[in-house]
Design a binder for this molecule. Structure first.
Ligand code: HEC
Ligand code: HEC
Length: 155
């Protein structure tokens, strides 16, 4: 396991490009008393196709499949090739809901509204990375349940 690099460790300096080349690769190792910390591995994409429960009704559902390499720009929208109404029969993907067809005045349009075109503004894929801080969020159903049950009284 690589050691952490501390600020007090001597930092090798290179006076010229020639010196840098002379150091070769990897440049900073034991001899200089500095071992560069290994970067943690990239977290794995969650791609089990299990739709996740939403924490509240207005939450954009998270994406339960991998999206690497999906083109999403002015020219092409890979997401809509499965999630647009006309393709859901073949893809079996859930259709974008009616809110995705509404303009800012609530008028329902024939095609996906430009406000909802860039899906990743709101929908995010998941990884197996662990949260950095403890999350104590509780959904409204569990709050109501606890406030009604005798055990929850006084909370
Ligand atoms: C090849 C077809 C396909 C493509 C392309 C695709 N999806 Fe999906 N998506 C699905 C299917 C099928 C599901 C249902 C769950 C599953 O099988 O993964 C799904 C589920 C979802 C869900 C969960 C919906 C819910 O109610 O929980 C979201 C959000 C989503 N996709 C967003 C996207 C976005 C954003 C993109 C583009 C970056 C995209 N999808 C591209 C097929 C696709
Ligand atoms: C501005 C935010 C926003 C954008 C952009 C957006 N969505 Fe959504 N999406 C939502 C919200 C919020 C919901 C849940 C409530 C609703 O249906 O409006 C949702 C719901 C969904 C659902 C579930 C529908 C259902 O009935 O279960 C799918 C699938 C989906 N979006 C796909 C997409 C795709 C694909 C795109 C890109 C073409 C997209 N969304 C763009 C916010 C957004």
């Amino acid at each position: 396991m690589a050691q952490r690099a501390f600020a007090t460790d001597p930092v090798p300096t290179a006076a010229s490009t020639r010196d840098v080349k002379a150091m070769g690769r990897p440049a900073f190792t034991g001899a200089e008393g500095l071992v560069v910390q290994e970067a943690p591995g990239m977290p794995k994409d969650v791609s089990d196709d299990q739709r996740r429960q939403r924490n509240y009704p207005e939450q954009p559902p998270v994406i339960p499949h991998a999206i690497a390499g999906y083109q999403l720009d002015l020219r092409a929208n890979k997401c809509l090739t499965c999630h647009a109404r006309e393709f859901t029969g073949d893809s079996q993907a859930p259709m974008i809901s009616v809110t995705h067809f509404q303009d800012r005045d609530g008028q329902v349009l024939g095609a996906v509204s430009t406000r909802r075109y860039f899906c990743l503004q709101c929908h995010v894929p998941q990884t197996d990375a662990q949260p950095r801080v403890v999350n104590i969020f509780r959904d409204v159903d569990s709050v109501i349940r606890d406030s009604r049950s005798p055990a929850g009284e006084g909370k």
